[in-house]
Write a protein that binds this ligand. Structure first.
Ligand code: FAD
Length: 393
């Protein structure tokens, strides 16, 4: 490194690695590389970690990845296990409902719902504070002999032996590797929020669920310690403004089944965020020489399977493991070979799941009928293949 506080390659014997982005992918990978003795510097464009945020569900495939990163039990202890749940219509009827024992048998263990702020804090604990540079946006890179210069937004550069783009959906590194990356609006917007209440006292109504209506979906899972993570979507033109987001959702969903209104009422205005959902080209090539991509930078996906962050953790676990035994350049090529096909499958499945938002009504009705009639055994087999512990290899 030409700057920053990491140990030098000379002291650790390992080449130095720069990571652009301190999100789930960047921090999880930094922790793995740090443990293997690499001098790592994470460059984050924000001035600090976001003090607020929503929840996130970590499925057992990602818990298996976290176990291999040595972090699984800490995340399980900080989060809340979610076993039962299902899909309901906007008038409250269950389209599919699974009990805890069957879900856990299929997945290998319950999924974990955790507050994002807590997840990021736990991932960041696994690296030294000197390894993290805030207000350090990476705008691109320049190959420099066998090394790489990371170009920083303040006009300076940082030279490393290898650079990893973990800079999310809008990744500057991915766009330099592949300038023809495109984004396309998916046709709906998504809110996420944390309600300061739990649903345990509500009986059946408190069971985690997704409600599917004609233009809206709403889902919730308990985060533990009296909090519930919820999300909502609405079919709408791109960049629609809704005035006060909470007021809009409270009035639009006021007659939806319990606990929708109660969760919205128990949400503070600072505890809600909204993103229009876009599809983005999956990077054709993740690696070029001493540069590679992880997480959303490589393979952004729609949120419906709750797998974007989980796949970022799988990337980190696999790449971290490969870097333990091989030089980064060899590891990058093998990582891309092992991960690319699998990640593309999740991108396709997530887009397919997301299209339920924009189907015209008669087709939505037909889809509900299909969901009602698929045998549990088949549904559980599919769930296990996508999100079960054994899905991570
Ligand atoms: C509504 C919604 C719900 C979701 N729910 C789930 C869920 O339940 N489970 C799940 O697994 N996934 C979920 N996801 C997906 C998940 O949030 C993402 O896949 C995940 O955050 C990707 O992690 P990442 O580290 O690759 O990218 P990001 O989380 O985007 O992190 C990128 C980091 O890089 C920084 N950065 C950006 N550009 C630069 C730059 N040029 N230089 C330096 N730093 C930069 C950013 O500030 C950020 O800190 C959901 C997504 C949405 C929109």
């Amino acid at each position: 490194m030409t700057s920053g506080g990491s140990p030098s390659a000379a002291t650790s014997g390992r080449p130095s690695i720069g990571i652009a982005g301190a999100g789930i992918a960047g921090l999880a990978l930094a922790g793995a590389l740090h443990r293997s003795g690499y001098p790592v510097t994470v460059f984050e464009e924000r001035p600090e970690f976001a003090p607020t945020g929503a929840g996130i569900t970590i499925w057992p495939n990602a818990l298996a990845a976290l176990d291999s990163l040595g972090l699984g039990d800490r995340i399980r202890a900080a989060g809340n296990p979610v076993g039962a749940g299902g899909i309901r219509t906007a008038d409250g009827r269950w389209l599919r409902r699974m009990d805890r024992a069957r879900i856990e048998a299929a997945l290998g263990e319950p999924l974990i719902a955790i507050h994002r702020v807590e997840l990021i804090e736990l991932l960041a604990e696994a690296i030294g504070t000197n390894d993290l540079r805030f207000s350090a946006g990476v705008t691109g890179f320049k190959p420099n002999g066998g090394r790489v210069k990371a170009l920083l937004a303040d006009g300076t550069t940082a030279e490393v032996d290898a650079l990893i783009g973990a800079d999310g959906f809008r990744s500057a590194i991915a766009r330099q590797l592949q300038p023809d990356i495109r984004e396309r609006y998916a046709g709906y917007t998504a809110w996420r929020g944390v309600a300061e209440t739990d649903t345990a006292h509500l009986g059946d109504d408190g069971e985690p669920a997704e409600f599917w209506g004609r233009r809206h979906q709403f889902g919730f899972v308990p985060l533990g310690r009296g909090r519930t993570y919820w999300f909502a979507t609405e079919t709408a033109p791109a960049a629609t403004t809704f005035g006060d987001d909470l007021d809009h959702l409270r009035s639009t969903l006021h007659d939806w089944p319990s606990p929708v209104a109660a969760l919205l009422d128990a949400t503070a205005c600072g505890a809600i965020s909204r993103h229009d959902i876009y599809d983005r080209t999956v990077a054709r090539r993740w690696s070029a020489g001493a540069v590679t991509l992880v997480g959303d930078a490589a393979h952004p996906m729609r949120p419906h399977l709750g797998q974007g962050g989980c796949q970022a953790l799988e990337d980190a676990a696999i790449l971290g493991r490969l870097c333990e035994g091989s030089a980064p350049l060899d590891a990058f090529a093998e990582y891309e070979r092992l991960r690319q096909r699998r990640a593309r499958r999740y991108v396709r499945l997530s887009a397919l799941a997301g299209r339920t938002n924009s189907l015209p009504w008669p087709l939505q009705g037909a889809l509900h009928q299909v969901i009602r009639t698929i045998p549990d055994k088949l549904a559980l087999r599919q769930l296990s293949a996508v999100s079960g512990r054994k899905a991570f290899r």
